[in-house]
Design a protein. Sequence first.
Length: 219
Amino acid sequence: MDQSAREQLLERFRAYLEQAPDGRDGPVASASEAPDLFTLLSELAGLKNEVRHESRHLKSALEEFRALFERLSTANDRLAAELERRDQAEREIAQQVDRDLLLELLDLRDRLQAGHEQAERYRPGWFARRGGAGEFVAALAEGGAMSLRRLDDTLARRGVAPLPVVGRHFDPQTMQVGEIVQDPARDDGEVVAERRRGFLRHDRLLRPAEVIVNRRERN
């Protein structure tokens, strides 16, 4: 290599060294900005305490929410039970009012039945027949029978039906003894007749029957 080329090469190397950055600036600045191990451990401990503190707050909030939910659930159960009791009480009152009304209708039927039977048994004398009493009483009997049929239809629509008793054995759950007779041809305890008709409603006793019961003479 001649002298001229050597000088050019040295000049280019010198120019490169003058333009290259000082390698000490970068590492020194990076080392000064990086935290030491004690600072790093302190920050981690503080972060751990903060997380623990937030966890306790979250746990406390969850417990309060759970307690509030339990109180609301208890209050809801009490409200539902109270509403059920009120509904039951209203149903019982409605059933009692309905029962009382049906019993009054049965009493009305008893009076209509008695009047109808009396009208049918009436036999006018000669003078009454001349005055038209027979036709009048017959019209009354027919009107009473019509009223009875309408009333029985009304009761039937509400599930009310007569209680069959005649010819059956006396049942103290559905019958009341109104009279006792002695007929050796009949069974002991057999219902001979009814003095007041009993009624069922939807197969449940509405009014007991008042009956005449046979009792054989005991030796």
